[in-house]
Each structure stands twice: as structure tokens, then as C-alpha cells.
Design a protein around this ligand. Structure first.
Ligand code: FES
Length: 116
């Protein structure tokens, strides 16, 4: 079963302002949605792996968000926390169809699958 078959419509693209995160509830997940300056949409877990900071309220720069609580820098593409900090958050599939943003299943990245 492919995750992309389970896309959930979450909001109008025009309501997702560039570089301003938006918290949305998709099933049981609290997700932070972002529209990057290049127009791409990203969806990640809204909880910082440090102390659960609400990432949707963070500052977006390029493909990264800076946690609003203690400024950890997290990739919106892979979910990886950037050095010198360490950790990883869940990232989700996204799609824009007919002006609406859809969020799909969990994406898998190498770092999530490596157990070391
Ligand atoms: S809670 Fe995100 S950096 Fe501390």
C-alpha cells in the first residue's frame, strides 16, 4: 500500500503563507506545514525532539526551521536536527492538488531507519 494513496486534504494553499508555519491536525498527528521560499510545501512533526517546541512557530530559512524555544536547526526535508545538536523528527508526504494542500503518510529517511 502506497502512502500517497492516503492523502488527506488539509487546507487551501493560499492560506499557507510562505515561510509562516501552520499547525494542522491530521488524524492523530499534529503536523507543522510550511511553504518554502521556492514554493515547495513541507510537512513535519510539530514537536521539536529537544523539549517539544512547536516547530510551526519557528523561523524558516531555506529548507530549515529554527525551533522557537531553543533555536535547534531542523531540516524540513529529512527531519534531521543539524549539528551540534542531534535528533530527528518525522516528515510526511505532501502534495498540492487544485490549490489545496494534501498530507500523506510518513516518509522514510535513512537516518530514521538506521539504528546506531
Ligand atoms: S524545544 Fe526545540 S530547541 Fe528546545
Amino acid at each position: 500500500m502506497s502512502a500517497t494513496k492516503e492523502l488527506v486534504k488539509v487546507m487551501k494553499l493560499e492560506d499557507l503563507k510562505p515561510l509562516i508555519g501552520k499547525e494542522v491536525q491530521v488524524r492523530d498527528e499534529t503536523i507543522a506545514l510550511f511553504r518554502l521560499s521556492n514554493g515547495e510545501v513541507r510537512a513535519v512533526s510539530n514537536r521539536c525532539p529537544h523539549k517539544n517546541g512547536p516547530l510551526a512557530e519557528g523561523i524558516v530559512s531555506g529548507e530549515y526551521v529554527f525551533c522557537p524555544l531553543h533555536d535547534w536547526k531542523i531540516s524540513l526535508t529529512t527531519g534531521e536536527v543539524q549539528k551540534p545538536d542531534d535528533g530527528c523528527i518525522a516528515t510526511y508526504e505532501t502534495a498540492v492538488i487544485d490549490g489545496y494542500v494534501y498530507v500523506g503518510g510518513l516518509k522514510h529517511h535513512e537516518k530514521h531507519d538506521l539504528n546506531r
